[in-house]
Design a binder for this molecule. Structure first.
Ligand SMILES: C[S@@+](CC[C@H](N)C(=O)[O-])C[C@H]1O[C@@H](n2cnc3c(N)ncnc32)[C@H](O)[C@@H]1O
Length: 349
């Protein structure tokens, strides 16, 4: 079933959590010279218009990126995420919101590789066109030659299946974002199966899964199941902007589950999540949770660790916090190119 269009949800609280964590993970990978591969198994259109088309229907960005837009107390660790969106909106008015492929392209370096999958025939067209214009614009500016064939590969196909052929990546460094629509419950099963396979092929990769926190059983079970995927530990962060609605409709909470998270990520989340709850929270049900731990498989099932792998942490921690604190905000450096003109933002038809 391919009815999902991310444009309806662009810039909502779930995108804020997902893209903030994504940029954090990429910036961590940038700290080492060796190039890496970013795989986006469910890319979407790459870029969205907030003031025309789908996004105007429910204006979900109004409870996501919009409340953060004009604030002058952004935590340091959230600034790199805000910078990507500010650069996309040089007029200062919030009109466009980046999807995960655009965020990645802006943060990643020239030798790094993007491998993007998208199944929807309309979304893949828009994604391809956006990147064609983006690369042409960069080439014109002399920022980087048009290397789309090598640096960025866009695949019109199933991302769960496509991932298999990419692992392990040539440089043995990779981040995989898995962000399906979850409109069909089979997506929950496929996330788990895909990760089990990926972890066998490439156990040291960093894997990030976005998921909706819903009352349905598959949603509740997913993070518990992912805790058993082989790796050097996991981190699970959720953001709820309110308590559940009385009729149970609407997405008020979502999570990012990371396998093999950078050791710095938990501290960063502790800085940023209370702030997001304070700024995006709509009622007393607003909260965040952070859990981290090691894989819950028995010792006998665990593969031998190589010496290059980071040692596992010995304790699981569970934090469920409601009382935020504010933090001050110097800007961060990043290596983004200027925004190209005339990108093809997703609109309603
Ligand atoms: C939540 S959206 C992706 C949003 C994007 N990751 C972002 O953060 O900007 C999910 C996308 O996955 C696509 N999709 C659904 N099933 C897929 C599959 N099996 N393989 C690849 N793409 C799929 C949908 O068409 C949709 O565009």
């Amino acid at each position: 079933m391919l009815s999902y269009r991310h444009g309806f949800h662009a810039g909502n609280h779930a995108d804020v959590l997902k893209h903030f964590v994504l940029i954090e993970l990429l910036n961590y990978l940038n700290q080492k010279d060796t190039a890496y591969t970013y795989v986006d198994t469910h890319s979407g259109a790459g870029l969205y218009s907030l003031d025309t088309g789908y996004a105007t229907k429910n204006a979900e960005y109004e409870t996501g990126i919009a409340p953060l837009w004009d604030r002058d107390d952004i935590p340091t660790a959230l600034q790199a995420y805000l910078d990507v969106i500010k650069d996309l909106n040089p007029s200062g008015k919030l009109r466009y919101y980046p999807g995960s492929p655009y965020c990645a392209d802006q943060v990643m370096r020239e030798p790094d590789r993007l491998r993007l999958f998208e199944l929807h025939p309309s979304e893949i067209k828009i994604l391809s066109e956006n990147f064609r214009k983006l690369e042409a614009h960069k080439a014109e500016q002399g920022i980087r030659p048009s290397t789309r064939g090598k640096r960025i590969m866009i695949n019109a196909g199933d991302g769960f299946d496509g991932l298999k052929a990419l692992l392990p990546p040539p440089s043995r460094r990779a981040l995989v974002l898995i962000d399906p629509p979850y409109e069909v419950k089979d997506d929950y099963r496929r996330v788990k199966v895909c990760l089990e396979d990926a972890a066998q092929r490439f156990p040291t990769g960093v894997y990030a899964v976005w998921y909706p926190v819903l009352s349905r059983i598959e949603s509740k079970q997913l993070p518990e199941r992912l805790k058993r995927i082989l790796g050097n530990g996991w981190l699970n962060v959720t953001l709820s902007i309110s308590g559940p609605s009385p009729d149970g409709f609407g997405l008020h909470s979502s999570g990012m589950f990371i396998i093999n998270p950078p050791w710095t990520l938990e501290a960063t989340l502790r800085e940023v999540m209370p702030y997001l709850v304070r700024v995006l929270g709509k009622d007393a049900g607003a909260r965040y949770t952070i859990e981290s731990g090691e894989t819950e498989v028995s010792k006998s099932e665990r593969p031998q660790r190589t010496t290059s792998q980071r040692p596992v942490r010995t304790s699981d921690r569970n934090i469920d916090a409601r009382s935020p604190r504010s933090v001050a905000t110097p800007a961060r450096q990043n290596n983004r190119a200027a925004r190209p003109a005339n990108l093809n933002k997703t609109r309603g038809r």
